[in-house]
Design a binder for this molecule. Structure first.
Ligand SMILES: [Zn+2]
Length: 146
């Protein structure tokens, strides 16, 4: 078993390049596959990441719940800014509604996108655990890196 620090196999040295789109929402600072099997040499690399279920209650609170709640609050914040910008700036008598929308809608979209990502975080974490179990205790390098 070799612990690697970059996106590289500790056995054969093959680099695994970019994160796969499947893994884009997984939080890779603490949460991630603890064992990555290299798709080139089929050897296991131990990482410093943990599966969501292996976090202790405090880590869970910080890395899952707090992040999610913060993300949701932030998302509503963005939607609020968008709405606020619209209602503050727009004057039906003088203003061009299209211009006002161009300014305020991006904030609303960012908010909705953020909300969507945060509400789907649970299923992304589940995806990681399911893959890990289905494979028999590891994640293939191509499943997190492409
Ligand atoms: Zn390898």
């Amino acid at each position: 078993m070799v612990v690697y620090t970059s996106a590289k196999c500790g056995h054969c040295g093959a680099s695994w390049a970019n994160l796969s789109p499947n893994a884009q929402l997984t939080s890779f600072d603490t949460i991630g596959p603890p064992i990555i099997r290299c798709m080139y040499c089929s050897k296991d690399n131990v990482t410093e990441w943990k599966l969501p279920r292996d976090l202790n209650p405090i880590q869970k609170l910080i890395h899952i719940n707090a992040k999610q709640v913060l993300g949701i609050i932030l998302s509503f914040g963005f939607m609020g800014i968008g709405y606020g910008a619209f209602s503050e700036i727009y004057d039906p008598k003088t203003d061009n509604i299209i211009l006002t929308l161009i300014f305020s809608l991006p904030f609303v979209f960012v908010g909705i996108k953020g909300l969507w990502n945060n509400l789907n975080q649970k299923s992304d974490l589940k995806y990681l655990e399911d893959k890990f179990d289905k494979n028999g205790g590891f994640i293939w390098s191509y499943e997190v890196y492409s």
